[in-house]
Each structure stands twice: as C-alpha cells, then as structure tokens.
Ligand binder design. Sequence first.
Ligand code: OXD
Ligand code: MN
Length: 603
Amino acid sequence: MRIDRTKNKKLNHWVEEVAAMTVPDQIYWCDGSKDEYERMIKLMVDDGLAIPLNSKKLPGSYLFRSDPSDVARLENRTYIASRSKDDAGPTNNWINPEELKIIMKGLYKGCMKGRTMYVIPFSMGPIGSAISKIGIEITDSPYVVVNMHIMTRVGSKVLDVLGEDGEFVPCLHSVGKPLAPGKKDNGIWPCAPIEEKYISHFPEEHAIWSYGSGYGGNALLGKKCLALRIASVIAREEGWLAEHMLILGITNPKGEKKYIAGAFPSACGKTNLAMLVPTIPGWKVECVGDDIAWMKFGKDGRLYAINPEAGFFGVAPGTSLQSNPNAMKTIDRNTIYTNVAITGDGDVWWEGIGYKAPGKLIDWTGKEWEEGKTDKPAAHANARFTAPARQCPGIDPAWEDPSGVPISAFLFGGRRPGTIPLVHQSFNWNHGVFLGSIVGSEVTAAALDLAAGTVRRDPFAMLPFCGYHMGDYFKHWIEIGKKTSADKLPKIFYVNWFRKTADGKWLWPGYGENSRVLKWVFERCNNEGGVAETPIGYMPTVEAVERAGLSGVSDSDMKELLAVDREGWQKEIVLVKEHYAKFGSRLPRELTDELAALEKRLA
Ligand code: OXD
Ligand code: MN
C-alpha cells in the first residue's frame, strides 16, 4: 500500500509499514472535524457500542461500557523498554526492546483485519506553541478517535505544522481483536485477553506501542504515554519539566493573580482542586489543567506551564455538585461517559453523585440494578467522563496561551491520614525536591492491580508515569533548580487534605475550604503570611490559616493539623530510607543530605 497522504515522508512511510503489518480493511486520516466526530459516534451507536443519553438532560452525550477486564490503566502490563534495564530503573517494568518488539509484532500481525485503521494527527498543547509536541496515533478504535478529539487537538492543521520534516511521536494502538469477514463488534467492547495486553514505551526512540486495551490511558496515547512517560524523557534531554500536575490560577480580592501547579497521586482529588470554588470571599480560582503540566523557562527566568491536554478524562464516582460543581457543569453536554450507570430516562448516575439512584438503573455491566438490592456498585469505581476543557465554567482565560502561564508555587500531596500536616513549605528548592520525592498515598481504583487501602510511595505522583530511572528524574529536578535564580523558582509546598483523627474522622473539610490553604500559599509567594520555622519546614501559625466562616474546625483541630508529629516523622524517616534504598547510586547526594538534615533537625 503506498501512502502519499502528507508531505512528511517519515509519517507516510510509518503508516505504510503499520498497514502492511496490521492489514486493516481501510485507512482513514482524521481531520478533527465535528462532522467526523459525529460520523464515528453514529458508527458506534449502530454497532451497539455507544448508547445515546437523554438529549434534553445531556445533549450530545453517549455512554460506553467496557469489558470487565478493561476498566483501568494496567500498570503491570506497562513497560519502559529502554536499551539498558538500569535506565528504566527500579520503579518501571522492563523488557528488552528487541524481545518486546518481536512479541508485539507477532500480536500486531493482521490484528486490524475487518477494521478501519485511523490515523490521528494530534497536538499536545496549543497547535504551534513552542512548548507543544505533535503525536500521530494509529488506532483501530473509533472510541479512541472520539476521545482523542476531546482530549487533544486533532486535525489537518497539525499536519501543516508537521510539514516535510517535523518531528512527531509515533503512537501505535490496536484493540487486539481482528474481525472475521462481515463480522461486527455487535455491542461487545473489543479488547484482547489480559496476558496479551501491552502498553510499551521505547524511550530512546520516543515511540509508543499499545496493544489489547481500548481503555483510558492504555489507549488514548496522548495522555499518560506521550504527555508523561515519553515527554518526561524528552524533557530531561531538553531541560524542561513534564509533570503529573494540575495547573490553577488564583486571584486575591485585590485582583493580583498567581498560578500554582500541583502533583497528587491518582485519586487524591486533583480534578476537584483544579476546579475549586473558593469558600473565602473575594478569592477566585480558575482552571488551566487537571492532570498534566509541561513547563519551560521563559526569557525572564521563570517557569511557564501549558496544559498539553484539551479535555478532562475524570473519575465520575464521587463527583457531585458539592465536591466539584464546575465539573458537573462541564459534563452536562457533549460528554463521553464510560462505565457509569444509566437511569430509566437515559440520564447518568454513579456512587457519590449527591442524590439517591432514581429507581431501577442499568449498571456498568449492562445489568438491572436497584439501590439496596446488591452490594455491587452501579458505576465502576474508575468510571470516567471525557469532556472538553472549554466547557468548564471556571476555565482560565489563559488556558490555551501558547506561551504558558508563569508558575509561582508547586504543591505536592497525597492521602495521608497521619504525620503529614495540613501544609508546610520547603526551606528551599532542594528541600522541596526532597518533599516531592517522598510523596505517598493510600491507593484506590485508578490502578487495577493494587489492593485498596495500602499506602504506596509515589514520588512527584510520577511513579507510574516516569519514563526513565526515578533516581535520574530526582537529579533532573535538582538540576532545574540551578538554571535560574532562587527568587524566580516556584516555592514548594506539601499539603495534606486527608488528615484523620484517631477514631477515623476527617480533621479538615477539604473541597472549597482548601482555598484557605491556597490563600496562605499565595501569601507565602509574596513573602507574607504568618509563618513559623519548624524542623520539617515553614508552617503557618494557627491564626495564619483564615477560618472566618469555617465551621467544624476548632482551635485544637487546627493545632493537630499544624503540629509537627516528631514520632510520626521519625517513623517516616525509616520508611523514606527504605524507599531511597531502591535507587542505589542514582539517588542524588542532595536528597540524602536533605534526609540527614531533617533527621538532625528532628532529633
Ligand atoms: C489519571 C490517573 O487517570 O492519574 O489521571 O490515573
Ligand atoms: Mn492523572
């Protein structure tokens, strides 16, 4: 098959090569148009894969139900296939790239028979921005096409920017389910058995091969695979940062605005924080992105961030008008729902939506479901919405600014019932890198293969997303701190909304009330705000966290939230030493120095 579709020879050649291997019935080049989106949706409605939702309540929205074996990112089927095992490091699965390619080529052989091969040119970040990157995803899944339309910028304009010899990240994807002649999916989510699923990254080639899963980050290859795993490799080569961070803009009552980026492990309320509605009067928070930040130094020596994505792929369960009103308003139209429950009148429902299930539902597996009649949830715990970012009522006016937004502060956080206080600030950059390196959280549903409830160390919230040795990644962060003067670097904070009392009650109300902590962070960026120097870092005095209008948090709760739990930290140090031991000689000296200094301060 000869492909002369673009001016880019490398792209034409790659498409030809993949078509010869996968043997699709036809090849279709995506143009990113609304018409194309609608045609794809119709195709899937006709094939029983997409269910149109109530057009009055949720105009332009559809429900998909995936296979029960294909409901989440699969960390144990995700590989970093660097040439040397050492370069992938102790936190990644590794296979020799040559061996992996032999296995995967065997699987790809003829895998698109009976299907259309879609070629999706997409830009991560505003098309043409100096921070953006181009990817081309080849997939046999129209579900992937429509999701990529929302999550990235797809279309012919991308090919114009690519030109004759522009660089792109090749992202190859197949659901791994060829169709016999004349057969269709007939409402059955196509995917391969678990042992045939591979989500593979070739860091030296900047290439991605995914096979067998049609779900989320395994299949929408712009997101975790390109924008984090491969981009983290490129960012290290080129001297910038590709991070698992939300970006928000916060404005004080005087109209002064700052941008904050924050890394939190999966299922710690990142989307809620990114779209927060402040409870303190006069303050405003606007959302630039809820999951990923790419940051480069501007001419003024500050770090500028873009959100490489164009949509939100958020977890539905737990999202309500109380927990995230902006998300609820974002997803009331033109939204793709996956694995939520559907009501009798074609509306969606999930656990934690804020009201009781209205009568009988059909659950995410397609079976009848009634409140109280079963222990099984109606929506899968990792059920998702895919919605355009521009629909968010709190979207920041600069969210698509090709130069990015200047970052004043980084937040790190996780779900930690004890030890870690509500907020503390690092003494300096390296101490902040130390804080990022020790992030940990209780795990929940986004990772299929881990028991819920255990705490896992998730440095910089990048454990499943760093495309190379985590010790080298820490070093990269240390090096970034040397590229500009200290006053231009973002200040670094560690927050913990998830403190509990000994009898298991929340100490802090969270959600919109987190604006009280953001206010202190904002003030610290101006070297203001009541502050105490403690062995673990700078902390607010009890009075420095605004509590006017906040009920249920007493002075003694506040003292507990802002205490330095010496015993807890001493235990933490033992655990951090175990965690650090994994990185061997690639752990930067600066971090062992920080650990030793902390130990000394706590003694
Ligand atoms: C996500 C994740 O889906 O971090 O964003 O798991
Ligand atoms: Mn994420």
